[in-house]
Design a protein around this ligand. Structure first.
Ligand code: AVI
Length: 323
């Protein structure tokens, strides 16, 4: 009984974490206070997000999964060469794992910020697929994505970047464009991008998806404050804030907010901030796109959109683009 060796892990996190905390603090001291949504995902946040994905109101996860399932043959056929499969923000790698029933890449590169978790999830996949080379890349690609060296190890195989879940919706448009350009550059001559996008729809459906009856999204949003308390030695009291999700029809985005219930002060390390009643911290944008709008963004990033698969209600889109 020989144990499978742990998958290779590359750490691409920049060693400037102090700068990170300074940015977090600066965001909280701005006239419009904000927290980067990447701070949602501590252990509790990851568990709450898993629960969100199973909620009746939160349609994106199951709608995307249904498209993948229904269109798996078409999508597999449209992939030019899937020898190198790169899962961006792979989490527990469950979405890539499902694809392994349809395609047989030689390499699976999972990119995420939580290294230990990534390595153990990849170890499970490697155990079930001994022929597959599994590599973990620990990276905060909201800041930087540089896989050039790794991809150059197999120059003959243009990569497929897999970015499901409409996670790109959490970037502002300029940042989304920057990330797409960066992926495009690393795709080389014939690489592809398979990406899931949440589409524009009536606001009641969207607002319910981000403010569910059970209060799981509210707990997810409020949980970010305990993360900030730890990172900045702050004393946010979650009970002083209330969760709010508002759809901005002009910008086509959900804004998640934490609204102060009454006037109070919060210590932020060596400094502090006063919150008025009704003043809010912006914790997340979740942009929704029209199919034309996202195709245009892909084109601006230098991609050529090859295919689009949607569900019967056209709530979610899976785009395949080539560099
Ligand atoms: C991860 N991301 C795509 C989710 C979204 O829908 O924007 C995060 C989320 N926030 C609240 N619910 C889900």
């Amino acid at each position: 009984n020989i144990a499978t060796p742990l998958p290779r892990l590359e750490n691409l996190l920049p060693p400037d974490h102090d700068n990170e905390y300074q940015q977090l603090l600066d965001g909280l001291l701005q006239p419009q206070a904000r927290i980067n949504p990447k701070y949602f995902y501590d252990d509790t946040g990851c568990e709450l997000f898993t629960r969100i994905c199973e909620l009746e109101e939160y349609y994106p996860t199951r709608t995307e999964a249904a498209i993948f399932e229904r269109c798996a043959d078409d999508i597999s056929l449209a992939l030019v060469n899937h020898a190198q499969w790169i899962d961006l923000g792979c989490g527990d790698c469950s979405k890539s794992r499902r694809w392994l029933q349809h395609i047989a890449p030689a390499r699976l590169i999972g990119v995420d910020i939580a290294g230990d978790f990534l390595q153990s999830c990849l170890a499970d996949i490697a155990h079930d697929h001994p022929e597959l080379e599994c590599i973990g890349v620990v990276s905060d690609f909201t800041r930087r994505l540089d896989l050039a060296e790794l991809l150059a190890e197999d120059r003959a195989s243009p990569p497929v970047f897999f970015y499901p879940g409409s996670s790109i919706g959490n970037f502002t448009r300029p940042d989304a464009l920057r990330l797409l350009r960066c992926i495009r550059q690393q795709c080389g001559a014939r690489g592809q991008l398979l990406i899931g996008i949440d589409l524009v729809k009536p606001s009641p459906i969207l607002e319910a998806a981000y403010d569910d009856a059970e209060g799981v999204t509210a707990a997810f949003n409020l949980n970010v404050l305990s993360m900030v308390n730890q990172l900045l030695h702050a004393d946010f009291e979650p009970a002083n804030f209330v969760h709010q999700a508002v759809y901005d029809r002009e910008q086509n985005r959900i804004e998640m907010r934490l609204v102060a219930k009454h006037p109070h002060r919060v210590r932020l390390g060596h400094t502090e901030r006063h919150f008025h009643r009704g003043e809010y911290i912006l914790t997340e944008y979740s942009h929704k796109y029209t199919t034309d709008g996202f195709s245009a963004l892909l084109a601006e990033a230098g991609f050529h959109c090859q295919h689009l698969w949607t569900d019967p209600q056209q709530w979610f889109g899976v785009f395949l683009a080539e560099s």
